[in-house]
Design a protein around this ligand. Structure first.
Ligand code: GRG
Length: 295
């Protein structure tokens, strides 16, 4: 199967699951009543349904399949990861953070619903993610995802990022920010799917390495797209990193060295999968997609 077909089939599974879950959770009378929670639900689903690539949940599903697990077993945890990712996008776009107007090709959450509701929509998605994970009854996966989201992961990375504003960074400082801010959630998407699929210790170790490499490659590709991308495809402002004077790979290494680093990481991610058979082909192709993507 071509990677485009694989990605769109998996994206549909994720979209359908999320739609069903949030439709069911919007049925309570408190939400429907005037002055009730309908506005919060609308703000949460606005960003969730705004058309992201669903890379994190797809990685979880592909990792589960790579170790012989069933896709359906990993679907709820995969969707919880997308809720966490969407929470981070909503909060990252707020005036107190990056103050962005456009995300996933549409106005950012606070532009439509106001700042207060956008904060609550992000909080609501984060809580929903852990409610979904608690229903998966896999405490190890729940704990891994909490760690990759919190101070030892994405939120910690955002703190490093805030503290680095206006400072001149070296490559190792930037790499630390990105490993925490972007890398850990991507890595835990892979390892969660693998754990749910029943990975053995050697498989898990290999997939941990794969996740680490593609997590960093993903961020370098993101930095490159912010310089060279087409806003119609990325769905967010191009050139915003420079406008915000952000430290990025192209700024520190230059464009060509950044491209080379992303390609090197791709090679290392592929090597990590050397002992896997054809069941890991989607993971191999996703790694390539991450480095070459246009959105
Ligand atoms: C907790 C406020 C807060 C932030 C955490 C991850 C993060 C830090 C902020 C998200 C914003 C951002 C631009 C992160 C860098 C790379 C990244 C995660 C890009 C967006 O991910 P994609 O390309 O987006 O997977 P789609 O829309 O396809 O889901």
């Amino acid at each position: 199967m071509k990677i485009e077909q694989y990605l769109s089939a998996k994206k549909k599974q994720v979209d359908d699951w999320l739609q069903k879950y949030f439709a069911a959770s919007s049925d309570s009378s408190d939400r429907a009543a005037p002055g009730g929670l309908a506005a919060l639900h609308e703000a949460m689903t606005y960003s969730l349904n705004a058309g992201g690539k669903r890379i994190r949940p797809i990685l979880a599903l592909a990792a589960c399949e790579a170790v012989g697990g069933k896709t359906e077993a990993a679907l709820p945890a995969a969707c919880a990861l997308e809720c966490i990712h969407t929470f981070s996008l909503i909060h990252d776009d707020l005036p107190a953070m990056d103050n962005d107007d456009l995300r996933r090709g549409v106005p950012t959450n606070h532009k439509i619903f106001g700042e207060g509701m956008a904060i609550l929509a992000g909080d609501g998605l984060l809580a929903a993610a852990f409610e979904i994970l608690s229903e998966c009854k896999n405490v190890e996966v729940l704990r891994d995802i909490a760690a990759a989201t919190g101070p030892e992961g994405m939120i910690g990375g955002q703190v490093f990022d805030l503290k680095a504003e206006g400072k001149k960074l070296e490559e190792k400082d930037l790499e630390k920010i990105h490993r925490y801010k972007t890398g850990r959630l991507i890595q835990v998407s892979v390892t969660s799917g693998a754990k749910i699929g029943g990975a053995n210790p050697a498989q898990l170790e290999a997939l941990k390495k794969y996740g680490e490499k593609i997590g960093l490659a993903f961020q370098i590709a993101d930095d490159l797209l912010n310089v060279e991308g087409d806003a119609r495809q990325t769905g967010k402002g191009v050139g915003s990193d420079q406008a915000h004077q952000k430290a990025t790979y192209p700024k520190i290494l230059g464009l060509e060295a950044s491209r080379q680093k992303a390609r090197r990481l791709y090679d290392e991610a592929s090597s990590a999968l050397a002992d896997f058979g054809s069941r890991a082909d989607p993971l191999r192709q996703i790694a390539r997609f991450i480095v070459n993507r246009q959105s």
